[in-house]
Structure formats: structure tokens, C-alpha cells
Design a protein around this ligand. Structure first.
Ligand code: SF4
Length: 170
């Protein structure tokens, strides 16, 4: 396997500009552990969380759970000053911009800089830190639920049951 271009590190310093959380439509897909963390942070019952902050998205093999957006395409959790659930934000958010695709090549990394002013600025982040963020992103699989499950009636046990069982087994 060729040595990745980021092996010796990359400069990154988030400017908290919120460009990755606002103005454009997009999906923030949730894993079981993302949902568990947000439920604990918000102190909400599962169904209330689902109805208030999420939507079902057909991903071709089933449906996934994404955060919703406000009018104007700001993330539902964005508020003046930044992310309203920062400490419990989804892994998709906390690992940006160290995602597969963006880290595939130096050209991809540089291209992403047009969307993120933090790229190629700030302190040098070492290769191991980059790798751990990339692995966290890749390991945090979004839930894909069977088409037979109906959004209106899906419950906590159905969506999170398997996550809880596997975390108990760890
Ligand atoms: S676009 Fe980049 S610099 Fe701006 S908030 Fe997102 S990660 Fe930080």
C-alpha cells in the first residue's frame, strides 16, 4: 500500500467559520453511538429526538437517519456562536475534514480547502492523529434500516437495540 500523502502530517486549524454546518444542503448521517450520545446530552426521549431533529433518507439499500436542517440549510443544531451540541456532535462532524475522499490525494485535500478555510493553516497535525480521525470516521457506520421498518413507528429498541447489545459485550 503506498504511503499516504498525509503521513508526515498536515496543517489544520478550524477557524470556527461554520461553513461546514451552514448555508448548503447536506446530510449528517447518524450511527447508533451518535444517537446514544446526543440523547444523553439533550436528555430527550428517543422518539422526541427523532421527530424534532432527524429525518429518514433513502440510501438505496434501506433508509438512514440524518439530522434535519433549518430554513436556509443551517444544521438543526447550529446556533449563533456555533454548534449547539458540540460536546456530543456526530463523528461525521468531529472528524471533518479527515474523511476518506478528502484524504485520498493531495489534490483532493487542496480542493476541499475551497470549502474549509482551516485546511493548510494552523498547527501541524501528525500522521497518527490524522489516521485516528480517519479510522474513527470509517468505523462510525451510519445506521441503515430495512425498508420494512416504518419511520412513523420505529422505536428506540429497534434502532438502538443492537448497539446496546454490542456495547454491553465489549
Ligand atoms: S469549514 Fe473548516 S474552518 Fe470552518 S468551521 Fe468547518 S472545519 Fe472549521
Amino acid at each position: 500500500m503506498p504511503t499516504p500523502f498525509w503521513q508526515e502530517g498536515l496543517h489544520f486549524g478550524c477557524t470556527r467559520c461554520s461553513a461546514c454546518c451552514r448555508h448548503d444542503p447536506g446530510f449528517v448521517f447518524l450511527s447508533g453511538s451518535d444517537i446514544e450520545r446526543l440523547l444523553a446530552h439533550l436528555g430527550l426521549p428517543f422518539r422526541e429526538f427523532l421527530d424534532k431533529y432527524t429525518r429518514a433518507v433513502d440510501v438505496g439499500t434501506g433508509w438512514s437517519i440524518s439530522l434535519t436542517e433549518k430554513p436556509g440549510y443551517d444544521c438543526v443544531f447550529w446556533q449563533a456562536g456555533g454548534c449547539g451540541v458540540y460536546a456530543a456532535r456526530p463523528v461525521q462532524c468531529s472528524t471533518y475534514p479527515f474523511w476518506p475522499g478528502i484524504l485520498d490525494s493531495l489534490a483532493d485535500w487542496r480542493s476541499e480547502a475551497s470549502s474549509c478555510p482551516g485546511i493548510d493553516t494552523g498547527p501541524l497535525l501528525g500522521g497518527e492523529s490524522i489516521k485516528s480521525r480517519l479510522m474513527a470516521r470509517m468505523g462510525n457506520k451510519a445506521l441503515i434500516l430495512d425498508y420494512a421498518l416504518r419511520w412513523e413507528t420505529v422505536d428506540e429498541n429497534t434502532v438502538l437495540g443492537r448497539t446496546r447489545l454490542s456495547s454491553h459485550a465489549d
